[in-house]
Design a protein around this ligand. Structure first.
Ligand SMILES: *Cc1c(COP(=O)(O)O)cnc(C)c1O
Length: 428
């Protein structure tokens, strides 16, 4: 496989961008080698600067549930661009997207649009602190909620892949207000509340963890969080930046039937453009300025191109058989991977919910950050390159998700499994 153009672009990039990238995991540090510079995407395929074609399971880290450049989304963005790219004033498209979001997500009566998932979670925490008059946040080891100060504590894949769980530059005073306990461990949550019954403003959780690889919630975990937060007067925040519109049209809260106080959205919501959002009950959201006193703003928030992309992406998901199709493709891929690994005698566990999955190179059940870390990352790196060489683009870290899209076909999945068979054979 020829990679000369990517190598030369990476040389230039490293002179000008720290590590040659604008977001750390893109640099392939966890798997080694030269990151491919991508020039085009169409459906389930991506093309790099050397002309190599890959079946894509990165999906831009989650947004691309329709694959690359779906015509309806491209047309919506193009039409919006012709009308003007930004106004800094209200526009009809943000009302349309707000109507779609509140109709879709069971606990969301009112929503505020921002530009990224990071902005959504940091703003939701500010709102939760204002609403409760408390400062402490409880999160879970291995869950990532964006890169805001105070959330970079045991924050999953990016830091995990770099071997740096916390970041310099985060004031100790900020991190002090963040507690982190093991995922799926209700007893640890209860103990944290019991130790400081009136300190915790909110529990923030990925209802299906995705940033330590796929780790589904144990039976009763989310309902238990709902009960504990209610008992202690804290808010429950579901960070559905990945799961929103991904595992069901109403997100993980619709799938599991547990309703949080606040929901953070991003990724699929933006149809491939930069959009985040947070929402919840009317009485809570009306505390945001200018309806209430809690400040949060954005020059490009509710951007018409991004809103148009979001509306088009959601309309393609509504009704129909999108989620049944994603489930079927995801199930076939997961089952096939587990079978191929077993046939090759390679210890592996596949975790999956719908179209998000992770193949962990471990013989342990993966239920939290500790058990995820039993995975053999060196073996994953070899597997990653063995697949890349065969034209399958996986996430460049053991602790990330593979995303199946509606553009993937049964034939793509079978081709992926054939590549996996050959790759596993190489690992023995
Ligand atoms: C990606 C992600 C974020 C951050 O979103 P950005 O748009 O990258 O800022 C927050 N929470 C979760 C669960 C995510 O996966």
């Amino acid at each position: 496989m020829q990679t000369r153009v990517s190598e030369s672009l990476f040389q230039r990039a490293q002179q000008l961008l720290p590590g040659g990238v604008d977001s750390p995991v893109r640099a392939f540090r966890a798997v080694g080698g030269t990151p491919r510079f991508l020039v085009r995407g169409e459906g389930a395929r991506i093309v790099d600067a050397d002309g190599n074609v890959y079946i894509d399971y990165l999906g831009s880290w989650g947004p691309l549930i329709h694959g690359h450049a779906p015509p309806a989304v491209v047309e919506a963005i193009t039409a919006a661009a012709r009308d003007g790219t930004s106004f800094g004033a209200p526009t009809p498209r943000e009302v349309e997207l707000a109507e779609l979001v509140t109709a879709a997500v069971p606990s969301v009566e009112m929503v505020r649009f921002v530009n990224s998932g990071t902005e959504a979670t940091m703003s939701a925490l500010r709102l939760a602190r204002a609403a409760t008059g408390r400062d402490t946040i409880l999160k879970f080891d291995g869950c990532y909620h964006g890169h805001a100060d105070g959330l970079l504590v045991k924050a999953g894949s990016g830091p995990l892949s770099l071997g740096a769980p916390d970041s310099p530059g985060v004031p100790a005073a900020m991190a002090r207000h963040t507690l982190s306990v093991p995922y799926n461990d209700l007893a640890a949550v209860e103990a944290a509340f019991a130790a400081q019954p009136e300190a915790i403003a909110a529990v923030i959780v990925e209802p299906i963890a995705g940033n330590m690889g796929c780790v589904p919630p144990a039976e009763g975990f989310l309902a238990g969080l709902r009960a504990l937060t209610e008992r202690y007067g804290a808010l429950l925040i579901f960070d559905e930046v990945i799961t929103g519109f991904r595992v069901a049209y109403g997100g993980a809260q619709a799938l599991y039937g547990v309703l949080p106080d606040l929901t953070c959205l991003g990724k699929v919501l933006g149809g491939g453009l930069p959009v985040g959002a947070y929402g919840g009950r009317r009485a809570v959201l009306e505390q945001m300025a200018p309806a209430g006193p809690v400040y949060q703003a954005g020059t490009l928030s509710g951007n018409p191109l991004a809103m148009a992309a979001g509306c088009a992406a959601l309309r393609l998901l509504y009704g129909g058989d999108a989620y049944a199709r994603l489930e079927a493709l995801g199930a076939r891929l997961a089952t096939g991977l587990a079978e191929e690994a077993a046939a090759a005698g390679i210890p592996a566990r596949v975790s999956r919910v719908g179209s998000m999955l992770t193949l962990f190179f471990t013989d342990q059940p993966v239920t939290d950050y500790e058990s995820a870390r039993t995975a053999d990352t060196a073996r994953y790196a070899r597997f990653f390159h063995a697949m890349l060489t065969r034209g399958v683009y996986l996430p460049p870290s053991q602790f990330e998700l593979w995303f199946v899209s509606l553009a993937h076909t049964e034939a793509d999945v079978e081709a992926t499994l054939a590549a996996a068979r050959a790759a596993f054979a190489e690992l023995r």
